[in-house]
Design a binder for this molecule. Structure first.
Ligand SMILES: O=C(O)c1ccccc1NCC(=O)[C@H](O)[C@H](O)COP(=O)(O)O
Length: 316
């Protein structure tokens, strides 16, 4: 309860757990379901977080932090995610591309039936992606940590973002043992203190933290957190699924944009980017990197999909 109160005082509407126990009660041997009224998630993001809470507590039992810490020694070395984005921008004059390996999503359903994560990752790399984003959530995105590991061990050179719904530091350690070079932290879910603490853990492990915001309040909170180097502006409202790329422009206007430049923070425009005009629009607004899934993963040849998105071959 206290946890939710702290979060609510920072404008966070997502509750970490159902307010009075699990959303459904299982009664008797036939698993008869009784809906616990009032304990239903308010939106899809909250549903994902409640499910993640249970998933993480089960995973933690099987692999406690002490064993994960030992496994860090045999993890492949962390690569420079932000450096790769900056280098791509310097090389092409266009935003560095984080290409998302995304099979499905709650808003769009299955995006690609013939989904081979390693093949898609290789096609993205060939097309000039600077970094890749790999969805690891199974239930809502049909992703998995096995995809992250497979891509890492297939010899793909692009640094990898673990696209997860992080609620506990344990997940950051877990992602690193699976070969991640960066991890997503969502400000709509995490209170300031958690972000501050998790950013420190990321630095200690050599990971980049992509801190994602959706509105002015989240942006202001994140700009007040020391050590944040990479901010993603999501054009998709994760509670309603509404997509509007002018969100990127809105959050980079005026004093916020100025502060971001002063702090040397790299900004990533995320979601809903389909055309060279979309890319030009968010670049003009001030982003130096973009995170793109649907528009390129749906193409029969994702390498050509990247050239189509940028209006030219960005691999040279
Ligand atoms: O994509 C969704 O439907 C979604 C729903 C709930 C939480 C997160 C969701 N997506 C994560 C992302 O933000 C996107 O995968 C990413 O930015 C790429 O977006 P797009 O290029 O529009 O596929």
């Amino acid at each position: 309860m206290l946890q939710d109160e702290v979060a609510a005082s920072q404008g966070i509407r997502i509750r970490r757990r159902p307010p009075s126990g699990p959303p459904q009660h299982y009664v008797g041997p036939f698993e008869f379901r009784l809906q616990n009224e009032g304990n239903t998630p308010r939106n899809i993001l909250e549903e994902i977080i409640w499910h993640k809470d249970i998933e993480v507590s089960q995973l933690k039992e099987r692999r406690p932090l002490v064993t994960l810490k030992k496994a860090l020694d045999s993890a492949p070395p962390a690569r420079d995610f932000i450096g790769a984005l900056r280098a791509a921008h310097a090389r092409t004059g266009l935003p560095g591309l984080i290409a998302e390996v995304k099979k499905a999503s709650p808003s769009r359903g299955v995006l690609r039936e013939d989904f081979d994560p390693v093949e898609i990752a290789r096609a993205y790399e060939k097309g000039g992606a600077a970094c890749l984003s790999v969805l690891t959530d199974q239930k809502y995105f049909q992703g998995g940590f096995e995809n992250l590991e497979a891509i890492r061990y297939a010899g793909v050179q692009c640094p990898l973002l673990c696209k997860e719904f992080v609620i506990e530091a344990w997940q950051i350690y877990y992602a690193r043992t699976k070969g991640a070079d960066a991890i997503l932290l969502i400000a709509a879910v995490l209170p300031d203190l958690d972000i501050r603490y998790m950013v420190k853990i990321c630095k200690m492990l050599g990971l980049a933290a992509l801190v994602e915001v959706h509105d002015e309040r989240e942006m202001d909170r994140v700009l007040g957190i020391e050590g944040v180097e990479l901010i993603g502006i999501n054009n998709r409202n994760l509670e309603t699924f509404e997509v509007d790329i002018s969100n990127t422009k809105k959050l980079l206007e005026g004093e916020r944009g100025e502060l971001i430049r002063q702090k040397g923070i790299l900004v990533v425009g995320e979601s809903g980017l389909f055309t060279p005009d979309d890319i030009a629009y968010v670049q003009e607004a001030g982003v130096r990197a973009v995170l793109v899934g649907e528009s390129i993963v749906k193409q029969s040849d994702p390498t050509k999909g990247i050239a189509g998105l940028f209006g030219r071959d960005i691999s040279v």
